[in-house]
Design a protein around this ligand. Structure first.
Ligand code: SF4
Length: 327
């Protein structure tokens, strides 16, 4: 592991300045992903700014939102009564993430910035366009069972790994940041980006910009939201397919719906097409099937991950039937 400077400032302004002034500097909070990447040689920093002394760990409900500090730990947020009441999907996504040890340690801001689990990305000896731009993507023709079928490019097909991000997208959350240019509010739908020709860029943050919190608006629909995660083993495992759904019904007709997906896309994936197939229609096996077909219409599958196109439709079907009480 490369040697690095370390500092633990007590103000957000100092933390931002210490990273912004050095191109290879970075923030560290829980460190549950970053330290592994640094030990594996998949990521290098010459300065780490520990943000754990910053006053960013509170979870507060006020003025129609639940505001979660970026340093709140996954377990605290999952168990917080305001989060469970306003957005059960967020609590469920967190409880289905990682292991109890990691949930005690990992911070909310870092969770949104965790890197893909693509094995080629984490192996410093492999080419990888995300780690070394222009070096190639062995996953295109190689081991791609865990890889994405939506939002892919010919440069990268890596899945975004965060369950939390998928759940926050389903409830229209906003990411709050502080950077060298000041404060920003970034809608979750604009925070993560697809790889395109620049797979090394994964989100809207500028260098030195720090996530300081996340805001969840309190709405009737978010209060109905639920998370379903399918994975290869029952714990400490990433999603093969995940569905976050929020549903507002008028009798048996869908008044409004929000559908987001994990495990199948290069970023937390919302499907307006699938939502449109349900909105204003009765919730039935047929309309749910139409939503599933709309979801995967643009999917690009590869040798080992084609099963995901079918699995995600089955997951959507089961999840919406449970949520809407459809037999
Ligand atoms: Fe790298 Fe993306 Fe290809 Fe994985 S899928 S090897 S992360 S470029």
């Amino acid at each position: 592991m490369r040697a690095f400077e370390y500092a633990r400032p007590t103000s957000v302004d100092d933390a931002v300045r210490l990273v912004a002034e050095r191109p290879d500097a970075g923030f560290i909070a829980g460190g549950t992903d970053l330290l592994n990447l640094m030990k594996d040689g998949a990521r290098a920093h010459d300065r780490l700014i520990d943000v754990n002394a910053l006053p960013l760990a509170d979870v507060v409900e006020r003025d129609g939102v639940v505001r979660i500090g970026a340093l709140a730990r996954m377990r605290e947020v999952a168990e917080h009564p305001a989060v469970r009441r306003a957005a059960p999907v967020v609590s469920e996504a967190l409880l289905n993430s990682a292991s109890p040890q990691v949930r005690n340690m990992a911070a909310i801001g870092g969770n949104l910035l965790q890197r893909t689990r693509c094995g080629y990305f984490r192996d410093a000896g492999s080419p990888c366009n995300k780690r070394v731009p222009g070096s190639g993507c062995p996953a295109l023709e190689g081991q791609n069972r865990a890889h994405a079928i939506l939002g892919v490019s010919d440069q990268c097909i890596a899945v975004h790994p965060s369950d939390l991000a998928v759940s926050l997208l389903a409830v229209d959350a906003t990411v709050l940041t502080q950077g060298p240019e000041g404060a920003r509010r970034i809608p979750m739908g604009e925070f993560h980006v697809v790889p395109g020709a620049t797979p090394d860029r994964e989100n809207a943050l500028e260098h030195g910009e720090l996530i300081v919190g996340v805001e969840i608006p309190i709405t009737p629909m978010a209060a109905t939201s639920r998370y379903l995660k399918l994975r290869d083993r029952a714990t400490f495992e990433f999603a093969v397919v995940a569905v976050a759904a929020a549903l507002e019904m008028n009798g048996n007709v869908v008044r409004d719906v929000r559908l987001t997906f994990g495990g199948v896309a290069t970023k937390p994936w919302r499907s307006p097409e699938a939502e449109a197939a349900l909105r204003g229609r009765p919730l039935t096996g047929d309309t749910i099937a139409a939503a599933g077909q709309a979801l995967v219409r643009g999917a690009v599958t590869r040798e080992h991950n084609a099963f995901k196109a079918d699995l995600v439709q089955r997951a959507l079907d089961g999840h919406l039937r449970d949520l809407g009480g459809v037999q």
